[in-house]
Design a protein around this ligand. Structure first.
Ligand code: BG6
Length: 487
């Protein structure tokens, strides 16, 4: 069994009320994640009460959880571990009401000899979450509790303000953990380490040295069963307001006064405050051909399955540096990269035809895949006579460290943080409301969706959006693979 360093888990045992327990996220991520945290000893004790609209009993829920682990756990599920975990699972159908839920929580808490804490996980859309939150209030389950909310945190400024106000009727802000799983990804946190633990890069992390930034998250995925949900949300609300803007916050923030929740959150919110409102003319919305004939989709749907946009951060560090963001479904490749293009030097001393600058600017690239990678590209001399230049790169891959097995899955990391009461990687009401505020011009006058072919990189207009620059993806030079000779 993995050895857990002291202090990384919560101090007290936890009773988890998992609302939306039979949903997709629960099956894919939450139940496998809780199983891993509980069996590896990250949590000193954990009982889980599943809640959903389904009329299951305790055994039915245990069967459901077992199947979820068999299908989605990335680690092997040993029988002894499963048997111990299964004993800690209980289930209350939503229809049974507040009294039944309170009864189940009391029962679970009695199994712990000393103090314990409660974690309510709302893995349901906002309207269902609000009624569950009211139920938690009625059942008197607010004390000693923290609550994790899943996105969407509203669909515009007004709905976000009202959602937050209604949540605050039951839970104080410091008890609410709005989860954005991109921030739980190891490489996202590595941006903070990279920027603030090294003296090398921070001095050039600004408009004097950086020409532009790209945050690019194309997906090959189609929508599967999520069509009807996605149809009402679209790519901007699904991916940009949450994940991409949050990554941008980490990329662009000033050094916090301490590596602690409120200084980090304050610096991130300052970035959001400095963001200029998103102008519709700086946005390309796309829809893949065939989307409108999918199940649950309106035949004349105007929902975007793709979005690319330019953002500007109007502060001393970033004024005039465009941040280009792109994401979409059914694109050519699945990637999650941040690419920083440095300003180019005057190339005066190199002879014509030397190749200087011919392969674009120097780039620092972060790959946000779980097995993270980083690359710094630069021009260097090609061996031999004369002065011919080639684009070369320094590359790092987490795989090479032998520590890849220690990586916690994003949801695991974030659940653990919420249990410990550490909000560093979660979003605040203020931050989220500001992001909706800067999104208002776009939401009020979205440009028409343009069709794109599945398997492409989006509508053609994406090239005008970044001109005179170019999109980094698809990469001209692939990541170096140590197992492949000659690259
Ligand atoms: C989710 C979005 O939050 O993130 C999905 O709703 C998207 O549409 C997913 O596919 C991407 O996350 P990951 O971790 O699979 O890259």
């Amino acid at each position: 069994m993995q050895k857990i360093p002291a202090g990384v888990g919560p101090r007290y045992p936890q009773v988890v009320v998992l609302v939306g327990a039979t949903g997709d996220l629960s099956r894919r991520k939450l139940l496998p994640g809780l199983f891993h945290l509980a069996t590896t000893g990250f949590i000193p004790g954990c009982r889980i009460i599943g809640v959903s609209l389904d009329s299951l009993d305790r055994d039915g829920f245990r069967d459901f959880a077992r199947k979820a682990l068999d299908e989605f756990s990335t680690r092997k599920v040993a029988d002894a571990d499963w048997n111990a975990f299964a004993q800690n699972l209980d289930y209350v159908p939503l229809a049974a009401g507040a009294g039944a839920l309170k009864g189940a929580v009391d029962l679970a808490e009695k199994t712990f000899p000393g103090e314990c804490r409660r974690l309510h996980y709302m893995s349901v859309p906002p309207s269902a979450a609000l009624s569950a939150v009211r139920m938690l209030g009625e059942a008197d389950l607010v004390e000693r509790s923290r609550i994790i909310m899943e996105k969407p945190f509203g669909t515009d400024l007004a709905s976000a303000v009202s959602l937050n106000a209604r949540l605050h009727e039951v839970f104080e802000e410091d008890r609410i953990f709005r989860i954005d799983h991109f921030l739980g990804k190891e490489p996202a946190q590595n941006i903070l380490a990279f920027r603030f633990a090294n003296g090398l890069f921070e001095p050039i992390w600004n408009r004097n040295f950086i020409d532009h930034v790209q945050i690019d998250v194309p997906e090959t995925l189609a929508l599967g069963k999520r069509g009807p949900f996605y149809e009402s949300i679209g790519a901007f609300r699904d991916m940009v307001v949450t994940h991409l803007f949050q990554i941008l916050g980490f990329m662009a923030m000033e050094p916090p006064t301490a590596l602690e929740p409120s200084p980090i959150s304050e610096e991130k919110n300052k970035v959001f405050r400095s963001m200029l409102p998103i102008q519709p003319a700086d946005v390309v919305r796309g829809q893949y051909t065939g989307y409108r004939s999918e199940e649950g989709i309106h035949p004349e749907s105007d929902t975007e399955t793709f979005i690319a946009l330019k953002c500007l951060i109007d502060n001393w560090r970033w004024a005039g540096v465009p941040f280009f963001l792109r994401t979409g479904k059914r694109l050519a490749e699945g990637q999650r990269i941040i690419s920083i293009a440095f300003r180019e030097p005057p190339k005066s001393m190199f002879p014509a035809g030397s190749g200087v600058g011919a392969q674009g600017p120097d780039h620092l690239t972060f790959d946000l895949a779980d097995a993270s990678k980083m690359s710094l590209s630069f021009y260097g001399k090609r061996p031999g006579p004369g002065m011919r230049l080639d684009k070369l790169s320094l590359q790092f891959a987490m795989h090479d460290t032998g520590l890849i097995g220690d990586v916690l899955e994003a949801y695991e990391r974030l659940i653990l943080d919420a249990m410990r009461g550490d909000p560093t990687l979660f979003t605040t009401a203020e931050g989220i409301e500001r992001l909706w505020e800067v999104s208002t011009p776009l939401l009020e006058a979205p440009p028409a969706v343009r069709p794109y072919a599945p398997g492409s990189w989006g509508p053609n207009a994406i090239h005008q959006l970044v001109a005179p620059h170019a999109w980094r993806l698809p990469f001209e030079r692939v990541w170096r693979d140590p197992n492949r000779a000659g690259n």
